[in-house]
Design a binder for this molecule. Structure first.
Ligand code: NAD
Ligand code: DAU
Length: 363
């Protein structure tokens, strides 16, 4: 199966939004290493966006970066007219659940209104394309498993037909954006794709999220905060596997399709944190000879905390022949090693603004 792209199409660029964030940057780096199409990265560079993530592409002949908001219709329209991309891959979002609880408005603005504006610009651009380019154009929207709500320990994992039941301001805003994307396909025929993936981990993840937060705090001798009883379950997906899945969906899927992407790695939060501590004990033992796990501290639970996420990724395996290549053990080893070897990157992102967030969240 292919989406009808030709060799000539492949010479046309793709527009990646949110490409200076965690998953977007991994995607852009992997894309430039594996594909021939040029990439235009559009990113507003919020607190979560970081040009250091893309330094590997400085002076890369097929990459260009534009700072801007997906909700800025004039800017997006001018970028589409100038670069004539064959696809838009939308990673841009406010992505942190805890921040959405403290202040939901940015989530509504970017995740809902921003996606709406991006869709409208994409539709106008797509309608003006010559027929053969219109046929192969794709708008791929990157979404989350959190739109399905929460599972009990015995429920079957989420598949693509599960009802949307988002529980946090973040997941509600992502669910709303998915509905807009779906409607733009159904009503206007815009060739959209939606991917719903589980928790990513790997290099360049901002240390507000569990895994990099724990690694950073372990090094600094700080408490490792576990919300509630630590028995919440997430299905961990190595970011490189997520990127390969998106490339596959983009290359071969029919418009209007949705795919769940997961890592087949259900773990409780306490298991994840203990695994990290064990790896650090081996690689960089504490000077007092004790285990990093002694820094684990149970703290107040997240309001409305979803108990369990798990992805049934049978559809993407069956239809697109994709499955993850990393186990949790191999992925977490690579991840811990990356943070150990990139202490400058962590030092740069844990700036004054980051410290203010940590004080507010963990006070
Ligand atoms: P992130 O917060 O690390 O990065 C988001 C990026 O978007 C940042 O570079 C930021 O500057 C940019 N951005 C924010 N608002 C923007 C705007 N209005 N215009 C342009 N750029 C803007 O997020 P991430 O973890 O890389 O997640 C990327 C996408 O994947 C998001 O849509 C998220 O909902 C989804 N997702 C993430 C995970 C995960 O585990 N991290 C899992 C499932 C889905
Ligand atoms: O499931 C996909 C989602 O995964 C994405 O859509 C989100 O963008 C992404 O942030 C992530 O959401 P989570 O809320 O699951 O990720 P987070 O890293 O914030 O938390 C993972 C689990 O760890 C969750 O159960 C909350 C818990 N946790 C988190 C932090 C930051 C703690 O126990 N302590 C902490 O300090």
């Amino acid at each position: 199966m292919t989406n009808g792209s030709t060799g000539a199409d492949k010479a046309r660029p793709v527009l990646v939004t949110g490409g200076a964030g965690f998953i977007g940057a991994n995607f852009v780096l992997d894309w430039c290493a594996t594909e021939i199409s040029p990439v235009v990265t559009l990113d507003e560079l919020t607190y979560a966006g970081n040009l250091d993530n893309l330094t590997g592409l400085n002076s890369h002949p097929r990459h260009s970066f534009v700072r801007g908001d997906i909700g800025d219709a004039d800017l997006v329209a001018s970028l589409l007219a100038r670069h004539k991309p064959r696809a838009i891959i939308n990673f841009a979002a406010e992505s942190h659940v805890d921040r959405s609880i403290h202040g939901p408005e940015n989530f509504i603005t970017t995740n809902i209104l921003g996606t709406f504006r991006l869709l409208e610009c994409a539709r106008a651009y797509w309608l003006d394309l010559p027929a053969e380019e219109r046929g192969s154009f794709r708008f791929l929207h990157v979404s989350t498993d959190e739109v399905y709500g929460t599972l009990t320990p015995t429920c079957a994992p989420f598949n693509e037909t599960n009802r949307y039941m988002p529980n946090s301001p973040y997941s509600a805003s992502k669910a709303a954006s998915d509905h807009l994307v779906r409607a733009w396909h159904h009503t206007y025929g815009l060739p959209t794709l939606i991917t719903n993936c589980s928790n990513n981990y790997g290099p360049y993840q901002f240390p507000e999220k569990l895994i990099p937060l724990v690694i950073d705090r372990a090094f600094n001798g700080q408490p490792l905060p576990i919300y509630g009883d630590g028995q919440q379950v997430r299905d961990w997906l190595y970011v490189g596997d997520h990127c390969s899945a998106i490339r596959r969906v983009l290359a071969v899927s029919a418009p209007g399709e949705t795919y769940n992407i997961g890592g087949n790695n259900e773990k409780t939060n306490i298991e994840v944190v203990k695994t990290i501590c064990t790896r650090l004990d081996g690689l960089k033992p504490r000077t007092d000879g004790r285990s990093y796990s002694e820094q684990i501290t149970f703290v107040k639970d997240r309001p409305g905390h979803d108990r369990r996420y798990a992805i049934n990724a049978d559809k993407i395996r069956r239809e697109l022949d994709w499955s993850p290549s990393e186990t949790f053990e191999s992925g977490i080893a690579k991840t811990v090693d990356w943070y150990l070897n990139n202490s400058d990157w962590i030092a740069n992102v844990t700036s004054g603004a980051y410290r203010r967030w940590i004080e507010k969240q963990y006070a």
